[in-house]
Ligand binder design. Structure first.
Ligand SMILES: Cc1cc2nc3c(=O)[nH]c(=O)nc-3n(C[C@H](O)[C@H](O)[C@H](O)COP(=O)(O)OP(=O)(O)OC[C@H]3O[C@@H](n4cnc5c(N)ncnc54)[C@H](O)[C@@H]3O)c2cc1C
Length: 371
């Protein structure tokens, strides 16, 4: 029987699974469809659950060095005035911290660990067929090669081809009605923690991502799911920021063609259980893609990798390991996906902001429990 695990997809979830499995002594191969193994240039917010998972994976100090880790937050009104402040702790545990980092920096940290571990990485490669024998999963690749594996981990993101092969009739990702604008800007003095602006025509937030830079995001209601051409994106974002005061006019004025601005329609998916069939399992966005309302999609993908490696280390019975993995992950993923989507619905309907905030606070508190 093959003892090797194949991970399909070298994003945050796939790399975390590969590292955690390799750390427990498993032989791991990882493939990614992108020959350049790139990630787009946006920021990412990291919440307590993501930071705890980074700590458990052994990359927390590198994330701290390349990004920003702090705690506390501020809520502001549309004119920039302070509504409330959650004080920052001194030296908080990772689960009580929050922060941000550039996606390419996080990718570099993870991929350099993968390169240093004894993990065989092949790029520009896709799996085209997965069949099961008694003792292994047989995978054919699009370069004509094939391999036999003890376990195949589909970590190929929200549009997962592995999911299509495994569950061709599964629900497709669904558009929520909101789109997310993201931009990188210089960090103004005083912006030392996450900030959210309440009461504006769109949802706006900031997060420091390094000593000098911040990541800002805007959630816009886009009922017709229209496309925004790259050439119009900066002007559209500047128009959305126009009603805001405080730091915003200065940030807005500095946005131009040179700026990193990015737009993505928000989609979600929660695959019903099981997320596995035979020796093939789905993790991360391939199984549970969420909106950024809880900024926890990446952390959930890392947790998936850690839990999968733990359960695989407990038994030689792959089916039993995947059943235990499923039992630990489904309700946690449901909590994140369903409450994130619900908060977006409240925002789009102009509903009760107090309800949305208390759902956010309650969910984040529940997510502090061990995974
Ligand atoms: C607008 C937006 C903002 C977000 N903001 C945050 C945030 O602030 N904080 C947070 O924690 N999360 C955030 N998320 C969610 C987060 O980005 C995802 O949950 C996370 O990236 C999921 O990781 P993953 O490894 O499952 O998938 P991905 O990161 O999508 O990685 C998938 C990998 O698989 C590869 N691949 C794809 N198809 C194939 C194939 N057929 N064969 C081989 N390889 C393949 C891709 O090249 C890629 O490397 C946000 C999401 C969106 C859309």
């Amino acid at each position: 029987m093959s003892e090797t695990v194949l991970v399909i997809g070298g994003g945050v979830g796939g790399m975390s699974a590969a590292l955690a499995l390799a750390r427990s002594g498993t032989k791991v191969e990882l493939i990614d469809a992108d020959p350049g193994w790139r990630v787009y240039g946006a920021g990412i917010s990291v919440t307590g659950l993501s930071l705890r998972a980074f700590d458990d994976l052994g990359i927390l100090e590198e994330v701290r060095a390349r990004g920003h880790i702090g705690s506390g937050m501020r809520g502001r009104a549309i004119d920039g005035s302070l509504l409330f402040e959650v004080p920052a702790d001194t030296n908080p545990a990772p689960i009580r911290s929050s922060g941000g980092i550039m996606r390419p920096a996080l990718h570099e940290i993870l991929s350099s660990h993968v390169r240093r571990a004894d993990i065989a990485v092949r790029l520009g490669l896709r799996a085209t067929e997965i069949t099961e024998t008694d003792r292994a999963a047989r995978v054919r690749f699009d370069d004509g090669s094939e391999g036999h594996y003890k376990l195949v981990v589909g970590a190929d993101g929200i549009y997962s081809d592995t999911r299509s092969m495994l569950f061709p009739h599964a629900n497709k990702p669904r558009f929520t009605g909101q789109g997310c604008w993201r931009a990188i800007a210089d960090r103004p003095p005083g912006l030392d923690r996450a900030e959210m602006v309440f009461g504006g025509p769109v949802k706006l937030g900031f997060n420091p991502i390094s000593e000098t830079k911040l990541y800002l995001f805007v959630l816009e209601h886009v009922p017709d799911n229209r496309r925004f051409e790259p050439a119009e994106q900066v002007d559209h974002l500047k128009a959305l920021l126009e009603p805001f005061g405080g730091y915003v006019p200065q940030i807005r004025a500095a946005l131009g063609k040179h700026s990193l601005v990015n737009y993505r329609p928000l989609e979600w998916l929660l695959l019903p259980e099981p997320w596995f069939r035979g020796r093939v399992v789905l993790i991360g966005d391939a199984a549970h893609a969420t909106t950024p309302h809880m900024a926890s999609g990446a952390g959930m993908a890392v947790e998936d990798g850690l839990v999968l490696a733990e359960e695989m280390a407990r038994t030689q019975d792959v089916g039993a390991a995947l059943t235990s993995f499923m039992a630990r992950r489904l309700e946690r993923a449901r909590l994140v996906v369903e409450n994130s989507v619900r908060i977006g619905e409240i925002e789009m309907s102009g509903g009760d902001q107090v309800e949305a905030n208390s759902m956010l606070g309650d969910t984040m508190a529940r997510l502090q429990k061990p995974y």
